[in-house]
Design a protein around this ligand. Structure first.
Ligand code: GLC
Length: 715
């Protein structure tokens, strides 16, 4: 196969998801025939035979390794903070996957917002089965000769990912439990005192007045505007959380307006549906109704007016702790139970009854949306809810400001990738979740999400310093780098740990900042060129043995952090000769070559070790405390060239102009000719005046070349 083959189908009368931005071919209606695929009569079940060698990647935020074969995944946005191995659904519903076979790369997108269940060779090893709860949906199947051609085509359909402003790649400190403005000032001071770079502090629900969206507690956060100004003057941004549920409280503007305008989801009788989340009883904005979406989004302005330019949206699966009706039922169950005569089985039934209060599946059938004048039960469009909340916020940002804002969300569907980033939800301070963080990166990239990251260190439970350090060694490459932890856990800010741990954490964060120009460049490049930031080894190195513990970043670096406790070394699979770079705590680097094969590599806690691919470069800028201090005038490019190397650098300002071509880029070609290197350039970045090229050969730096911008030959 040497060109793209597209198949696009529409079954029944689907409710629009807008996940697809541009239909490259018209859909065939109520007919389905593609290669080996088969289907049930109502199109609710689709089957694809798998060859023994087929691998299945994708599904965004889901458990398991890079290759999902042998698993079952249920695409259904779920607020489940306990991501143990048997779980099938997490916060995102990402219905895109790629089957790689010897013949082609097949991309499959199930464009639906209902529950979709995938059996990826679990029941029958050689059969992939898709089972939809709703027969009205669209299906896109793309067949491509290479992964790159598949991605080019796929991103044409779904549109380019959201791009944050560069400060969104800075270090973000977060914690549920910063209770007052003083707590925020303390965090800021501690970061300064301990010389740890910082760009953002998240405000969790504690900043609100009784957890009411778009309010600020006047007692604990008096003079909020000054707090924002003060932190901004220090180079740090505050990022308040916004939750989906709106508190029911007479006199509260958002609640009153929402009721008056009919912008909340309704129950079967047509009254605003009531559920309980952090604020107590709430109504849920009908984000699927465009007017309601615009209305909710307009409230972000109040916070933007005091200088806020970053937000996180939460609880938007939506999470529902209980409904008054279900609580009543459970209460009755308990009342009926006779403590003196309760057998064990009825006791467990009682317990199960109580468990069904939180996020009960049945709630999804109890409320309704207004979509284009039609009343639609939530269950059918469940997976759109978080996505549409993100769209609501992003729409408002664009309407209100010419500068991009930082935004990340919890629940999502493909389509949300155009409006914001994602964090990986409530993980735990477990080593297994560090591993999961790595594998999720690829799946999420495949589904369009580039601005992503996990709660570094883990959200629930107390983190061990060693885990936090190892986690930073991975997170220093994820575009969203946030340390977040739950109420009641031990503090997790870098400065609360003993000196040895603090020094190691500071070293990772400082290295992140030394790479921030390059990391933003890589993100922008991937956005513009429809590429992924993270790939499994076997996609970059032909014939490489697959592993879930190493990942390729930006086609240049292989990341292989230590993923287990008490390890001072790890086995690394080197797919071809690479340059192993040791980045020490003082900001120095050393390089040595490492040949293809399995190697046990010592990795001290305070060192970052990365593996650079031949003919690629790691790009460094000067260290700094905040992204606003970034000096783009000179960079250091470190690499090894055998034959010909290339380097692309991209830059754009904070506006949306890059979407219309308003960005800068320079492409360098580097040829090794005997003992020297000939470098040509195409394009330019205005601020960039000088590059120090550092070339390794025979385990030592052989050539350092300082080049001013006008010294290159034009390509
Ligand atoms: C949810 C979020 C978490 C947040 C908490 C309190 O669990 O996922 O990040 O800290 O709510 O707002």
């Amino acid at each position: 196969m040497n060109q793209i083959v597209r198949h696009f189908f529409c079954f029944g009368a689907p409710i629009a998801t807008d996940s697809i931005l541009s239909e490259r071919i018209p859909p065939q209606k109520n007919a389905f025939q593609v290669g080996q695929w088969s289907q049930s009569q109502d199109f609710k079940v689709l089957k694809l035979p798998l060859l023994e060698s087929d691998k299945v990647y994708g599904f965004g935020q889901s458990l398991g390794g890079f290759n999902k074969r042998g698993q079952s995944i249920v695409s259904y946005c779920t607020d489940d903070p306990v991501h143990t191995e048997e779980k099938k659904s997490l916060y995102g519903a990402h219905n895109f996957f790629v089957v790689t076979s010897t013949e082609c790369f097949m991309g499959v997108f199930v464009d639906a917002s209902c529950r979709v269940t995938y059996d990826l060779g679990l029941k029958k090893r050689n059969q992939l089965t898709i089972n939809l709860a709703d027969p009205d949906y669209r299906l896109l199947i793309l067949e491509a000769p290479t992964l790159k051609t598949l991605m080019d085509e796929w991103f044409e359909w779904i549109g380019k990912p959201y791009l944050p402003p560069i400060w969104g790649l800075g270090y973000i400190q977060s914690r549920w439990g910063y209770k007052s403005a003083q707590d925020i000032r303390d965090v800021l001071e501690q970061f300064e005192a301990h010389r740890i770079p910082l760009d953002g502090i998240c405000l969790d629900i504690d900043y609100m007045e009784r957890y009411k969206d778009f309010t600020v507690d006047p007692e604990t956060f008096p003079d909020f505007e000054n707090l924002c100004t003060e932190t901004r003057e220090k180079g740090v941004h505050l990022l308040p959380i916004i939750d989906a549920g709106v508190k029911i409280e007479a006199g509260y503007e958002v609640y009153e307006q929402g009721v008056e305008k009919g912008y909340f989801c309704t129950n079967a009788e047509g009254f605003p549906f009531v559920g309980a989340v952090w604020p107590g009883l709430v109504h849920f904005p009908d984000f699927l109704n465009e007017d309601a979406r615009i209305w909710f989004g307009s409230h972000y302005k109040q916070l933007m007016d005091v200088g806020i330019d970053g937000f996180w949206n939460d609880m938007n699966e939506p999470a529902i702790f209980f409904t008054p009706e279900r609580l009543k039922e459970v209460k009755e169950l308990f009342q009926k139970a006779e403590p003196d005569a309760l057998d064990v089985m009825p006791f467990f039934e009682l317990l199960d009854g109580a468990r069904t209060l939180i996020n009960n599946d049945g709630y999804q059938r109890d409320f309704f949306h207004q979509i284009g004048g039609r009343k639609v039960v939530h269950e059918r469009v469940h997976n759109q809810y978080g996505y549409r909340m993100t769209q609501s916020a992003h729409g408002a940002f664009r309407a209100l400001s010419s500068e991009r804002k930082v935004l990340f969300s919890r629940a999502s569907l493909i389509g949300a990738h155009r409006h914001g980033g994602l964090w990986m939800g409530d993980n735990a301070s477990w080593w297994s979740h560090l591993k999961l963080n790595m594998t999720m990166l690829v799946g999420m990239n495949l589904c369009g999400f580039l601005y992503i990251g996990a709660d570094t260190g883990g959200f629930s439970h107390d983190v061990e310093p060693e885990l936090l350090i190892r986690w930073h060694q991975l997170s220093m490459f994820t575009p969203l780098l946030r340390n977040h932890s739950a109420l009641g856990t031990q503090p997790q800010e870098p400065y609360v740990f003993e000196k040895w741990a603090l020094d190691a954490l500071r070293a990772s964060i400082q290295w992140r900042y030394r790479m921030i120009f390059w990391q933003f460049s890589n993100l922008l490049k991937a956005t513009l060129q429809k590429d992924l930031l993270f790939k499994p080894l076997e996609w970059v190195f032909e014939g490489a043995e697959p592993t879930d513990t190493q990942v390729i970043y930006a086609d240049a670096l292989m990341l292989a952090p230590v993923l287990d406790r008490n390890q001072s070394s790890r086995i690394v699979s080197i797919p071809e000769k690479m340059l192993m770079l040791k980045l020490d705590a003082e900001g120095n680097f050393e390089g040595s070559f490492i040949e293809a094969g399995l190697h046990r590599i010592p990795v001290a806690l305070h060192e970052q070790i990365v593996y650079l691919k031949k003919n690629k470069f790691l790009v460094l800028n000067d260290a700094m405390k905040h992204v606003c201090e970034l000096d783009k005038t000179h960079l250091t490019c470190v690499g090894f060239v055998e034959g010909e190397g290339t380097l692309d650098l991209f830059d754009a300002d904070q506006t949306y102009g890059y979407e219309d071509g308003d960005f800068e880029s320079v492409h360098f070609t580097i040829k090794n000719v005997e003992a020297d290197y000939h470098i040509t350039q195409k394009g330019s970045i205005e601020d960039l005046k000088r590059i120090d090229w550092v070339f390794f050969k025979h385990n030592e730096i052989t050539v350092q070349k300082r080049m001013e911008v006008d010294e290159y030959e034009d390509a």
